[in-house]
Ligand binder design. Structure first.
Ligand SMILES: [Zn+2]
Length: 451
């Protein structure tokens, strides 16, 4: 009986809370509307259009904007450019609602939700938690527009830093001891048009994914008592791009400079063994220690042992354990010798040699005992988990198919959030106007419009 009345009371309270919130929100919207009405946005008889012409004041026009507090009517001066044939409202630019039907506050909220969960779920969450009703399509369009603008701004900033036009401040004292640059790549499922002309492993010889290149930069200053490195808290920053290695190189270069690479004693590049990673590392950070992430190397040992399952029979588990021990110790010559002893012929022999070449080429990047003595991370589940979480948990969910601009946008939003740089997206003045992006970055965003 007591439980039942409590439940009924709970439901009553909940209904009251929601009703009051709805009333407060309506009140808030009308206050916001009045605040906006205090400035009609008349900035004289003429205003400069985006092409630099003089547009003439025509009249006052209303525009409905969706805000965090619901729809709000904005009445502002409207000008017309005879040369372009377009109209414009100077006030829209000042309020950052040009070409947008949502307020900056609502857009930030939408981007946050859409970066975290799929668009349809974001719509549901916004309705339930904030009482804001938006269609899935509007959420998708708004989050992707802002994500693309953020990506373009990051590209432009990277160009400025990389070319020396902008010099980032050195990191604050005390300087971290080591800066790690962990690089990885992972496939994101694509709509057919976005994966077209890419050789793939599918039965039709077509790729269904595109590789996103990821970097995680973090610093390390201290060790645990037993000598294990500890990542500096909150020091990770992430970047992601679908563009070729050249563009990725520039982004990594800029981010490393921003993180104070020039002032930090020891740089370490962690990678999975892919050649393009070491090429970039060699060019950008010739003094850095290169380490093949031990988790990736272990996968290759498992692959090698799998080839030998039938050959080794009962001794297979011991053979595998011995090779993993050798890898762990950084004893690559012993691992190679044991591999060469596998008596294969034909395709198995070719596959074995391919695997052994991986260890041979990267032997100097697998001196794990030595790297451990130096107190370095030799690969980190944390880093890899971070990279995978940024992309995998949002872009690789079952049934998802992306195009490049959409995936770039959401990956950028997630990287910014994981890097604790979310606010920077909303502080940029040219946010929401991806039209003004540099040509080289623009290409990325218009490359595939399908999907
Ligand atoms: Zn004009």
């Amino acid at each position: 009986m007591a439980a039942r009345s409590l439940a009924a009371g709970g439901a009553g309270l909940q209904a009251a809370e929601l009703a009051i919130r709805a009333a407060m929100t309506r009140l808030g919207a009308s206050v916001l509307e009045q605040l906006l009405a205090a400035d009609g946005g008349h900035r004289g008889p003429r205003a400069t259009c985006s092409a630099g012409h003089q547009a003439e004041f025509v009249s006052y026009r209303a525009k409905l904007i969706d805000t965090v507090l619901g729809p709000v009517r904005l009445r502002r001066a409207w000008c017309h450019c005879g040369q372009c044939g377009h109209g414009l409202a100077p006030r829209d630019g000042e309020l950052a609602v040009q070409h947008a039907s949502m307020s900056p506050g609502l857009r930030a909220m939408v981007a946050r939700a859409a970066a975290a969960v799929p668009f349809a779920r974001a719509a549901g969450l916004l309705a339930e938690l904030a009482g804001i009703t938006l269609t899935t399509k509007r959420i998708e369009r708004s989050a992707e527009t802002d994500g693309q603008a953020a990506s373009a701004a990051i590209c432009a900033q990277a160009q400025a830093i990389s070319s020396g036009k902008v010099v980032p401040l050195p990191p604050p004292e005390p300087l971290p001891d080591m800066l790690y640059i962990a690089v990885d790549g992972t496939g994101v499922p694509m709509v057919a048009a976005a994966a077209k002309d890419r050789p793939g492993k599918g039965p039709d010889g077509q790729a269904h994914t595109r590789e996103v290149k990821l970097a995680c930069l973090f610093t390390q200053t201290t060790l645990t008592e037993d000598g294990h490195p500890i990542r500096d808290h909150g020091s990770s920053s992430y970047l992601a791009t679908f563009e070729p290695a050249g563009r990725f190189r520039q982004l990594v270069d800029a981010e490393a400079r921003r993180r104070g690479a020039a002032h930090i004693r020891q740089l370490v590049v962690l990678g999975d063994g892919a050649v393009w990673i070491w090429n970039i590392a060699g060019e950008l950070f010739p003094a850095a220690t290169q380490i093949v992430d031990i988790y990736h190397a272990r996968e290759h040992v498992h692959d090698l042992a799998t080839l030998a399952t039938r050959l080794l029979r009962a001794s297979h588990p011991d053979w595998l354990a011995d090779r993993l021990d050798e890898l762990d110790a950084g004893n690559i010559p012993a691992l190679l010798a044991a591999g060469r002893d596998l008596n294969f012929t034909g395709s198995l022999a070719r596959e074995r040699d391919k695997q052994l070449a991986y260890f041979d080429t990267n032997a100097h990047r697998m001196r794990y005992a030595h790297f451990r003595d130096l107190g370095m991370f030799i690969g980190s589940g944390v880093v890899e988990a971070g990279c995978k979480a940024v992309i995998g948990q949002r872009l690789k969910l079952s049934g998802m198919r992306w195009n490049i601009p959409g995936a770039t946008a959401i990956a950028t939003l997630r990287c910014q959030q994981a890097s604790n740089r979310w606010e920077e997206i909303w502080q940029r003045p040219h946010n929401q106007t991806p039209r003004t992006t540099p040509a080289t970055c623009q290409r990325q965003h218009t490359q595939t419009a399908a999907g």
